[in-house]
Design a binder for this molecule. Structure first.
Ligand code: 5GP
Length: 175
């Protein structure tokens, strides 16, 4: 058990489980994008560790870029989604793979998919390390999913609680 500020968290997904599953995702993604040279778009902050580990399991050429969308505060979604920040690449006519740490209500994802479609992308898919199917209120489903998890708050491996816990090697669940 660990404590972050006022909350207690218990170990939930080990670093070995994460590593093994990411390797499998990397193979699936390599197969899907062989000879396509996709642009991987990592959604900061939460996805930075997942992105770094995932791209090293991919064995076909890819480009990587980082963007930001802030839509979440502390323990619950605010419902407010802001603009895409920091996109420098021209995505017109490109195969895009969005990398998310977690898809919860799907609000962020829905917004991102719309925004990228408007920019004239050729194809757009989503890889997420974690997916909360119980919480998803939107039609869009991620194409590559690491782990389906129950609708409980998690931290670690890039995911934070009030800015803390990103450095944890394992994923922890709210007790
Ligand atoms: P959505 O728009 O799908 O509701 O939420 C997506 C964002 O909410 C994620 O990118 C992440 O930042 C945050 N989020 C959702 N569930 C959790 C959770 O269990 N733990 C943490 N740390 N962040 C979460």
């Amino acid at each position: 058990m660990i404590k972050i500020l006022d909350k207690e968290f218990i170990p939930y997904i080990s670093d070995k489980q994460i590593r093994d599953r990411i390797k499998e995702m990397g193979s699936e993604i390599s197969k899907e994008y062989a000879d396509k040279k996709p642009l991987l778009i990592s959604v900061l902050n939460g996805s930075f560790i997942f992105t770094a580990d995932l791209i090293r399991t991919i064995d076909t050429p890819v480009e990587v870029s980082f963007i930001r969308v802030a839509s979440y505060q502390a323990l619950q979604t605010t419902g407010k989604v802001r603009e895409i920040l920091g996109l420098k690449e021209n995505v017109f006519g490109r195969d895009i793979l969005i990398l998310e740490d977690i898809v919860d209500t799907g609000t962020t994802l829905e917004h991102l998919l719309e925004a990228f479609k408007d920019l004239g992308t050729k194809t757009i898919k989503v890889a997420t390390l974690l997916h909360k199917p119980d919480a998803q209120q939107k039609a869009e489903k991620p194409d590559f999913v690491g782990f389906e998890i129950p609708n409980k708050f998690v931290v670690g491996y890039g995911l934070d609680y009030e800015g803390l816990g990103r450095e944890l090697k394992e994923i922890y669940q709210l007790r």
